[in-house]
Design a protein around this ligand. Structure first.
Ligand SMILES: Nc1nc2c(ncn2[C@@H]2O[C@H](COP(=O)(O)OP(=O)(O)OP(=O)(O)O)[C@@H](O)[C@H]2O)c(=O)[nH]1
Ligand SMILES: [Mg+2]
Length: 478
C-alpha cells in the first residue's frame, strides 16, 4: 500500500462488517471534516459519540434504510480522524446502496465547505488501522494484534492478541528501548571524552548494564516465541508406511472421522489436513499417503501421492513417524522403516510413534532399544486412544511450548526475528565492551543497531514496504 501523500489525506469509506447477510451491517467513513457529509446522509447534526436513530437518505431525501448513526470527531476516534458509523440492516444490497450513497453524497458536497470530501473513496484493506497507526493511536505491534485477534484460531490466541492490543507486548519493548537509550547516552557521552573513557564506563557499570539488558531481552524473546507459536501454530506431518495408522491417528487427534481408514494399504492418496489445538496452541496436522521404501513398486497415483508426502515432510515443523508394532518384528518391515527414516531431511524434528499397541501383545518401543530409532519414542493406540495424551504433551514440548497461555501476548515471526537481531547486536556490543582497548565507536554503533531492531517492532523505525505488507493482509473495512 504505497500511497501518495494526497491518497493518505483522502477520506475513506468501507463496509466494516463481513459481507453477506447479517442482523446488522456497518458502513464506516473516516476523514477530516465529515460534517457536510453527515448532514447530507442523516439530514441532521449528530452529537458526538451519541447513537442517533434515524433514516439514511438518498439524493432525493428518501430513506434507503433506518438505523443508528454515530459520529466520533477526531482525534478521539479509531483512526484519529473524524469517523462516521452507519449501522443499518445487514443485507448485501442495502449495504451496497448505502456505500454508493456515501460516495455520491461526498461528491455533491460544496467543495468550498469541505475541500477534501470530494475525494472520498473506498478504503483499501487495513487502511483504517493504518491511519490509526500513522496518527499515533496505536503502534505497529498493536495494529498487528488487531489482525491477529480477528484471525485467531484458538481461544488462547484470541486472548493473547487482546493482551498485545492492550499494549502488553509494546510495553515490554518500550522498557527495553528505554534501557537501551540510557546506555547509548552514556556511551555516546563518553565518546566525546576519549581520554577518560575506560574509567567512565567502568564507574557507570556499562558492562553490568549491558548484561542486564541482554538478560531482559532474552526474557522478552522467549515470551515472543511463545506468542508466535500461539499465532502461527505448528505444521505436524503424519508419515510412515501404508497401513501404519496415520489416518486413524489424525481422526483420533481431531476427534472426527476426517480421513478414510481401511485395512487396505495405500488408502490415503492425497494430503488431508486439520487444525487441532492442544492447550490453545494450534497444530496443523497433515495426514499423508503411505511411504514405501521401494518407489518403483507402486502405481502412478501412489507415486504422486508419495511425492506429495515428501513435500509435506520437507515443509513440516515436526514429523510424526508412525511404525506399526504388529509388523515390527517382520525384518522386511523394520528394514523398510529404517530406509524411509534414512531419507528424512536433516533438521526436521522427528517423533517416532509406535502404533497399534493394543494389538501388539505387550510389545512396546522399550523392547526395541537400542536398535530402535533415535529421538523421542512413544507407543500408542490410535484405535483405543491409549497414549494420545502423552503424544499431545510431547508435541507441545517439542514445539517449545512452556507457558500456560495466561500472560502470553501474541507475536509474529517478524517480531521474533527483530528481537534476534537486537540480541546479536547486543552480543557484539558486549564483546567490544569486554576488550580493555575496545573501540568505543563500534560499541556505540552496535547499540544503535540493536535499538533500531527493537524500533522496527513497534514501528518507530519501519520501512514503507513493511507497512504495506502488514496492512494489506487485513480485511477491508478494518
Ligand atoms: N488394532 C489397531 N488397529 C489400528 C490402529 N490404528 C489403525 N489401525 C488399523 O490399521 C488399518 C490401517 O489404518 P489407516 O489409518 O488407514 O492407516 P494409514 O497409515 O492411514 O494407511 P494408508 O493411508 O494406506 O497409508 C486400519 O484397518 C485401521 O483400523 C490401532 O491403534 N490399533
Ligand atoms: Mg491413510
Amino acid at each position: 500500500m504505497s500511497q501518495s501523500w494526497l491518497d493518505r489525506q483522502a477520506p475513506i469509506v468501507a463496509l466494516a462488517t463481513a459481507p453477506g447477510r447479517g442482523a446488522v451491517g456497518i458502513i464506516r467513513v473516516s476523514g477530516r471534516g465529515l460534517l457536510p457529509l453527515i448532514r447530507a446522509l442523516c439530514g441532521r447534526e449528530l452529537t458526538p459519540r451519541v447513537a442517533h436513530y434515524g433514516a439514511f437518505r438518498d439524493a432525493r431525501g428518501e430513506a434507503i434504510d433506518h438505523g443508528l448513526a454515530l459520529y466520533f470527531p477526531g482525534p478521539h476516534s479509531y483512526t484519529g480522524e473524524d469517523v462516521l458509523e452507519l449501522q443499518g440492516h445487514g443485507g448485501p444490497v442495502v449495504m451496497q446502496l448505502l456505500l454508493a450513497r456515501c460516495l455520491e453524497a461526498a461528491a455533491e458536497v460544496d467543495p468550498a465547505l469541505a475541500p477534501r470530501l470530494k475525494g472520498l473513496r473506498l478504503a483499501e484493506p487495513g487502511e483504517f488501522t493504518q491511519r490509526a497507526f500513522l496518527n499515533d493511536k496505536i503502534d505497529l505491534a498493536q495494529a498487528e494484534a488487531i489482525a491477529d485477534l480477528i484471525d485467531a484460531s484458538t481461544e488462547a490466541a484470541a486472548r493473547s492478541a487482546t493482551r498485545s492490543l492492550g499494549g502488553a507486548f509494546s510495553r515490554e519493548i518500550e522498557a527495553l528501548r528505554e534501557q537501551m537509550i540510557n546506555l547509548r547516552m552514556l556511551v555516546e557521552a563518553t565518546l566525546d571524552f576519549p581520554e577518560e573513557e575506560i574509567d567512565f564506563l567502568e564507574k557507570a557499570d556499562a558492562r553490568g548494564r549491558l548484561d542486564r539488558l541482554a538478560a531482559a531481552l532474552d526474557g522478552v524473546l522467549s515470551q515472543a516465541r511463545q506468542g508466535a507459536l500461539l499465532r502461527e501454530g505448528l505444521q505436524v506431518v503424519l508419515a510412515g508406511q501404508p497401513n501404519a495408522g496415520k489416518s486413524s491417528l489424525l481422526n483420533a487427534l481431531a476427534g472426527a472421522e476426517l480421513a478414510i481408514v481401511t485395512p487396505i494399504a495405500g488408502t490415503t492418496r492425497d494430503k488431508v489436513s486439520e487444525t487441532i489445538q492442544i492447550e490453545g496452541v494450534p497444530l496443523h496436522v497433515i495426514d499423508t499417503a503411505g511411504l514405501r521404501a521401494d518407489d518403483e513398486a507402486c502405481d502412478e497415483v501412489e507415486r504422486i501421492g508419495m511425492a506429495r508426502s515428501w513435500e509435506a515432510i520437507r515443509a513440516a515443523d515436526a514429523v510424526l513417524f508412525l511404525h506399526d508394532l504388529t509388523r515390527w518384528q517382520d525384518p522386511a518391515y523394520a528394514q523398510a522403516d529404517a530406509d524411509i527414516a534414512a531419507r528424512l531431511p536433516e533438521g526436521v524434528k522427528v517423533l517416532h510413534v509406535f502404533n497399534k499397541v493394543d494389538a501388539a501383545g505387550g510389545l512396546g518401543p522399550q523392547v526395541l532399544q537400542p536398535e530402535g530409532p533415535a529421538g523421542p519414542v512413544l507407543s500408542l493406540s490410535a484405535r483405543t486412544g491409549d497414549g494420545l495424551q502423552a503424544l499431545r504433551r510431547l508435541l507441545l514440548e517439542q514445539a517449545g511450548w512452556q507457558a500456560a497461555p495466561e500472560g502470553v501476548f501474541i507475536a509474529r515471526q517478524r517480531h521474533v526475528q527483530a528481537l534476534h537481531r537486537a540480541r546479536e547486536h547486543l552480543a557484539l556490543a558486549r564483546e567490544h565492551a569486554a576488550q580493555r582497548d575496545g573501540a568505543l565507536d563500534l560499541l556505540a554503533e552496535e547499540l544503535r543497531l540493536a535499538h533500531n531492531a527493537l524500533g522496527a517492532i513497534t514501528g518507530a523505525f519501519s520501512a514503507d514496504d513493511l507497512l504495506g505488507e502488514i496492512f494489506t493482509r487485513f480485511c477491508i473495512g478494518k
